[in-house]
Ligand binder design. Structure first.
Ligand SMILES: Cc1cc2nc3c(=O)[nH]c(=O)nc-3n(C[C@H](O)[C@H](O)[C@H](O)COP(=O)(O)O)c2cc1C
Length: 150
């Protein structure tokens, strides 16, 4: 079975918890998962991945967490052909900021530009909503499973 790579960018740990929740939901349905933090060192292997879930929070004024920013810069620099990659996108943010969930939009843009195909809708967790991120993560991962290419 194709491994689903669960790749997260975080500043204070919430996106890592979401990565664990999504992995648990997918594993309970029999999928194999591998979790890793987004970083520039992932970029050379990205074109060989078939399925990924990309998760990131937003920091500063609409910026990516540091390790995710290095991943983004390396993608822009190295421009791998990602036409073999299907991905789900999950963002964490807070609607008190004008740049709500800009981080996942930034990664979504570059992945599409490099030829990757999105599975499902982009999830955007809002810290101001009071809804626990793990609830949204489990529901979203459940809805993703029906759309994962065989
Ligand atoms: C200093 C700071 C800046 C932030 N800037 C933004 C922002 O520009 N846009 C946004 O949607 N959320 C912003 N957030 C909210 C975080 O993305 C949100 O709390 C998220 O759950 C953090 O996830 P993490 O622990 O994985 O980094 C900011 C939070 C902090 C503390």
């Amino acid at each position: 079975m194709t491994t689903i790579h669960i790749l997260f960018g975080t500043e204070s740990g919430n996106a890592e918890m979401v990565a664990d929740d999504i992995a648990a939901t997918l594993q309970s349905e029999g999928f194999e998962t591998e979790i890793a933090e987004l970083s520039d060192s992932l970029v050379p292997g990205l074109a060989d991945m078939r399925l990924a879930v990309v998760i990131t929070s937003t920091y500063g004024e609409g910026e990516l967490p540091e390790s995710a920013a290095l991943f983004h810069e390396a993608l822009l620099r190295e421009r791998p052909d990602l036409s073999g990659l299907s991905f789900g996108a999950f963002g964490l943010g807070d609607s008190v900021y004008e740049t709500f969930n800009n981080g996942i939009e930034t990664l979504h843009r570059v992945l599409i530009a490099l030829g990757a195909r999105q599975i499902g809708e982009t999830a955007k967790h809002d810290a101001a909503s009071g809804e626990p991120a793990d609830d949204l993560a489990s529901t979203w991962a459940g809805s993703l499973m029906d759309r994962i290419p065989a």
